[in-house]
Design a protein around this ligand. Structure first.
Ligand code: BGC
Length: 767
């Protein structure tokens, strides 16, 4: 059964009642982040029950040893881990000498709220400790969007039925480990521990990668809102520092600790200035103060919501879910730093190493491109451009030559760093999504300069890879691509994965086409690019030949492209014939059984049809959907969104809605029974796509934006906004029709259900 304890609410994620079995799931769901740092929703006070502690700093990783049994040439040297960072959120609390620990006391009135409108996490409860003393506790926490190195906690305790002593022990603990470390390694070296008046700092560095981080805390105390000064008792251990503050309080009083926490790190400051930087930023935060910081936090979120919000009327669970997805995407990536990216788990867990996958290019870019300024999507493209040399080295390690690039399937710094070979590494299709993202960006923004300045170098290197990776088959008189894994990871080491072959061909064509444009319109840049990449004419001839002779497996019988050679040898028993006890097959079946089954983990042929929809007629799309959907188990979070979009396209709105629910509430309802590991951040962009491209029917072919809005019967209406070339278009749809308005200053020409219309600023276009 899916989990069902999150209370439906338009703007908040709410949990009521304390249930130990939900703690790790809630720690994921209620995670907070500001694009630079993030934390699971761990309790501030001690918790002796099952918990998964996690605080993360964008860009900081450790190259863990891989766990490959027989290491072979070409395997990656390490598996990058986003590190659990020193903990600054902790505050031990004692009431009359007894430790407050929700695992060992009676808890009532427990409520946790993630207020997505304001970007604030609030937790309150009543605890009855041994001996009968009852306290009311309220903790408010947020990571500031304004000062992105800082987070703030307001932690209040009020005695309900007694007067007595309350003790707060705020601490920094740098003795933390990763849950997911291959050999139980300790990844941090402590360099220095510093104590100030009511502040403390721990300077540490990561082993091997030598990222330096200063973790700092500064505390202030109030009694009934009035600042008080208490003496502290300091304890410094090898890896931690804590301050103890005690005071006597009367029944009904409120004793509060404000704890400001920070990470300053060597990607942004000089190593030797980190403690000073922490001191400065904490001082700045405490001068501004909790109240003002929270106001700024609300304003910063209001700015984000102004364009990013999607309003759904008549279905509160769908409303909550889409806001949750949009909120988490914004908590993970703000778009201002081209060295950062969007890990599949964001700042909410350790799985996938926290690194960058093809998810960014294939799923996330459209979301950030449409809801933020265009420089944000450009930063994501630049992330890969800046790693081009590493991608060329990656390809060289595998025997490719002449500047061919293979972008990694998993990376932190441009090097390949995954933990498995057959599945992940052979997914060379990711190389195509790098190019597809450039195409998507240029199509949407009209910024062709990007191709001239940066993109073409990437495109040439990727095209070289595809040409060298294709083999001419004499038997078929065609080019084939052998030994790959497609997006469907339940088939490994297959020949002629249709999606990969199609993408390879398209990449070569797109590169050739753009090279021509640059040659004609930007001859000087053309010369520069040719000289820089050593491009020669014979290469272009070869690329053309590969595009003309690429092989695509096809079934005349079913009139569909086949996922790969030999797909029809499988026993095509559809998913509905599987018993419930077999699902999910990746938790119930051996890998051997999965590989020989016909079941598809995630959209594969359909992923290609989704990308290149304009190259297929509706009948062909429908045929492929009808053939592949019944065989798809959607055991990747990236799958239902693609199916939802295609289902909308072919007018299967019920199916589209079913798939939409699955993607949008994947974590809130824990469909795959794994939310405790962290959230599926990248697939949240897929949820956004399911509304905007799915129900909204937004497409961007032929240099014009088009829409064909539909609405599921479960909703009364919905609306979304997108930034497009200087206009901010709002699309509203209900069961009567649809309305378009432009909230910016630039008019925009679009197609609505095939009709060309201009939407002028402040003008309503109604259909
Ligand atoms: C999916 C991949 C994806 C990865 C990270 C896997 O389960 O099959 O396509 O890149 O998760 O999200």
């Amino acid at each position: 059964m899916n989990q069902n304890y999150i209370i439906p609410n338009e703007w908040s994620i709410i949990e009521r009642g304390f249930h130990r079995e939900n703690v790790t799931a809630s720690e994921s769901i209620f995670s907070i982040g500001n694009g630079s740092i993030g934390q699971r929703a761990n309790f501030e006070e001690k918790y002796s029950g099952e918990t998964f502690q996690g605080s993360y700093i964008g860009g900081i990783y450790y190259p863990d040893k891989t766990r490959v049994g027989w290491w072979k040439n070409g395997y990656p040297e390490y598996f990058a881990k986003v590190l659990n960072a020193p903990n600054w959120i902790g505050i031990y609390v004692k009431i009359n000498g007894i430790e407050l620990d929700l695992n060992s006391c009676k808890v009532s009135d427990f409520e946790r709220e993630l207020n997505m409108k304001d970007g604030v996490l609030i937790r309150s409860f009543v605890a009855e400790l041994k001996g009968g003393s009852k306290v009311k506790v309220r903790a408010t926490r947020f990571l500031s969007l304004d000062i992105n190195e800082v987070g703030v906690i307001k932690y209040s305790v009020s005695p309900i039925n007694f007067s007595g002593e309350i003790e707060f022990t705020p601490y920094i603990d740098a003795g933390i480990v990763n849950e997911d470390s291959n050999y139980d390694g300790f990844f941090w070296k402590i360099l220095q521990i510093e104590e100030g008046k009511h502040e403390a700092y721990i300077l540490s560095k990561t082993y091997k990668t030598e990222f330096h981080v200063c973790t700092g805390m500064k505390v202030e105390l109030t009694l009934n809102e009035f600042e008080i000064e208490l003496d502290k008792e300091t304890e410094i251990n090898e890896k931690s520092i804590s301050f103890k503050y005690k005071t006597n309080v009367n029944q009904g009083d409120t004793f509060t600790m404000y704890k400001y926490g920070t990470y300053t790190q060597s990607m942004n400051h000089k190593k030797e200035e980190l403690i000073f930087a922490s001191e400065k930023v904490l001082q700045k935060a405490s001068i501004i103060g909790f109240k003002e910081l929270i106001k700024k936090q609300k304003n910063a979120w209001a700015k984000i919501w102004k364009t990013a919000d999607i309003v759904i009327n008549g279905d509160i669970k769908a409303q909550q879910a889409i806001r949750f997805n949009i909120f988490q995407l914004n908590q993970t990536y703000s778009g201002e730093d081209s060295r950062l990216n969007i890990g599949p788990k964001g700042f909410t867990g350790e799985k996938y190493g926290g690194s960058t996958y093809w998810d960014t290019e294939a799923f996330c870019i459209p979301f950030y491109m449409s809801t933020k300024d265009k420089h944000v999507a450009k930063n994501l493209l630049l992330y890969r451009y800046n790693q081009l040399n590493k991608a060329i080295e990656n390809a060289e390690k595998l025997g490719f030559k002449n500047g061919a690039a293979l972008y990694p399937m998993v990376t932190m710094n441009g090097e390949e760093c995954h933990n498995e070979w057959e599945i992940t590494f052979e997914e060379i299709h990711r190389n195509g999504s790098m190019l597809y993202a450039i195409y998507n960006y240029v199509n949407y923004t009209g910024d062709f300069n990007y191709v001239v300045e940066f993109g073409m170098e990437v495109m040439i290197a990727i095209s070289r890879f595809w040409e060298q990776r294709s083999t001419f088959s004499k038997a078929r008189e065609k080019y084939v691509i052998l030994g790959v894994t497609g997006p469907n990871e339940y088939e490994n080491n297959v020949n002629n994965n249709w999606y990969t072959n199609y993408l390879a061909k398209w990449c070569l064509e797109y590169t050739l086409e753009n090279l021509d444009v640059i040659k004609n319109k930007y001859p000087e840049d053309h010369r520069r690019i040719v000289a820089k990449t050593n491009l020669n004419k014979m290469e272009l001839v070869k690329w053309k030949e590969v595009t003309k002779l690429m092989y695509f497996p096809y079934s005349e019988e079913y009139q569909v492209y086949l996922q790969q050679d030999g797909f029809l040898d499988k026993e095509l028993i559809t998913v509905d014939k599987l018993s419930k006890s077999d699902r999910p097959i990746n938790q119930k079946w051996s890998w051997d059984r999965i590989l020989r089954s016909p079941y598809i983990k995630q959209a594969d042929v359909l992923q290609g049809i989704y990308f290149f929809e304009n190259e297929f007629d509706t009948n062909t799309i429908k045929n492929h959907f009808d053939f592949y959907e019944p065989l798809t188990v959607h055991e990747s979070s990236l799958s239902p969104c693609v199916h939802s979009i295609i289902a909308s396209k072919i007018n299967k709105i019920e199916k589209a809605y079913e798939m939409y629910l699955r993607t949008s509430r994947l974590d809130l309802d824990d469909y795959n029974n794994e939310v405790h590991e962290g959230l599926h951040i990248t697939s949240m962009a897929g949820t956004w796509l399911s509304i905007v491209q799915g129900f909204g029917g937004m497409r961007n072919f032929d240099n014009i934006l088009s829409f064909d809005p539909q609405i599921p019967k479960q909703w009364k209406s919905y609306s979304f906004k997108i930034n497009y070339r200087g206009s901010t278009l709002k699309v509203f749809k209900d069961h009567k029709g649809c309305k378009f308005t432009n909230e910016n200053t630039k008019p925009v020409e679009i197609l609505i259900q095939g009709k060309k219309v201009t939407v002028n600023p402040d003008e309503l276009v109604e259909l």
